[in-house]
Write a protein that binds this ligand. Structure first.
Ligand code: SMG
Ligand code: MG
Length: 369
């Protein structure tokens, strides 16, 4: 496949409500889209980097810069053989920048699969045609406000609730949600690295609430301390930010730092690496689930396909479009009976609605190859 040009497009998507985590508040999503153009067609990739480097070191302006300056200029070397694996190999010498790399690789993979008439789900090895959906619930100002939000999501059909936590907002909200919605509710928490090992005894109080898991309690680079914490908790420890590659996942499993892994394709450099982590975890009997980065329909489509692989045995943060956006740039993903259908069309199986895309576009940059 020959790539003739690449468009870097920025869009501004207002969130329906602010989303607060232990590291900050999101009110708008500033998304970078990568569109790869070939003689036969095109392909889309969504960069999940946030506006500021708070979730991880990447941020959207930086991602656009590294794509323009270093990553995209590698593509002409591939000439006719630019498939997703060749792109992954070509980008490997550049350190880090997993989210920028993932966006480019995904756009190439989408173009490749559209040209061979294969869906992401079929290509990756999905064995289901729909996936159960969880929802991530931000930190709120008060417990009654949180209970109202959770009640609304349960009414929409979400099968699993994830509460964002931080010091000062952990045991009390978890207890309140458990007491109000009962023991059958699938419930988990995500700290986004807000604690230290000194908090182990406090975090052990969460053991009383039968959580599915606690996600990323400690710092991103603290595998050894996560292993020490895991030994002190009955609640399974799941890693998100710490896992940027299959090697990281192997290390975490070997050390006992995680017994569950959140797979986010953007965080690990793309769907090929995500699939490799899935395969590794299946081989080790480690359950995985698909994380989310407030994606538009483009990123969501690929995530739902990934979440349909056999090792994804826990519900993911694969919510419907309306969780974050009043209007999505693709046909909206809508929950049915707590599930989303895996797209079946070629490539991502969805495409941006031109008028809506143009309306939210804040800039475009064309790079001719
Ligand atoms: O897409 O529903 C989503 C977001 C889920 O909580 C979510 N993501 O650490 O898992 C996580 C966070 C990262 C993004 S927070 C701005
Ligand atoms: Mg997380």
């Amino acid at each position: 496949m020959k790539i003739t040009g690449i468009e870097l497009r920025r869009i501004a998507m207002p969130l329906r409500a602010p989303f607060r985590t232990s590291f900050g508040v999101e009110t708008d999503r500033d998304v970078l889209l990568v569109r790869v153009v070939t003689p036969e067609g095109e392909g889309w990739g969504e960069c999940v980097a946030m506006s500021e480097p708070r979730y991880c070191s990447e941020y959207v302006d930086g991602a656009q810069d590294v794509l323009r300056r270093f990553l995209i200029p590698e593509l002409p070397e591939l000439s006719e053989s630019a498939d997703a694996f060749a792109v992954k190999r070509a980008l490997k010498p550049f350190k880090g920048h997993k989210m920028a790399k993932a966006a480019l690789e995904t756009a190439v993979l989408d173009a490749q699969l559209r040209s061979t008439n294969q869906s992401f789900g079929t290509y990756l090895g999905a064995d289901r045609d729909r996936v159960p959906c969880g929802v991530s619930v931000g930190i709120m100002d008060s417990i009654p406000e949180l209970l109202d939000a959770v009640e609304g999501f349960i009414a929409e059909g979400y099968v699993r609730i994830k509460l964002k936590i931080e010091p000062g907002w952990d045991v009390a909200p978890v207890r309140a949600v458990r007491e109000r919605f009962g023991d059958d509710l699938l419930l988990q928490v995500d700290a986004n690295a807000a604690y230290t090992l000194a908090d182990a005894r406090h975090l052990a109080k969460l053991d009383a609430f039968d959580l599915l898991l606690i996600e990323q309690p400690l710092a991103d680079d603290d595998l050894v301390q996560h292993a020490a914490l895991a030994r002190q908790l009955a609640t399974p420890v799941c890693l998100d930010e710490s896992i940027e590659s299959a090697e990281d996942a192997a290390a975490a499993i070997t050390l006992g730092a995680a017994s569950i892994i959140n797979i986010k394709p953007g965080r690990v450099g793309g769907y090929l690496e995500a699939k490799a982590i899935h395969d590794l975890c299946v081989a080790h009997g480690v359950p995985v689930w698909c994380g989310g980065m407030l994606e538009t329909g483009l990123g969501r489509a690929a995530n739902v396909a990934l979440a349909a692989l056999p090792g994804f045995t826990l519900p993911g943060d694969t919510s419907g479009s309306s969780r974050y956006f009043a209007t999505d740039i693709t046909a909206p993903f809508e929950l049915a009976d707590g599930h989303l259908d895996v797209p079946t069309g070629p490539g991502l199986g969805v495409a941006p609605v031109t008028d809506i895309l143009d309306e939210v576009t804040t800039s475009t940059e064309w790079i001719k190859l």
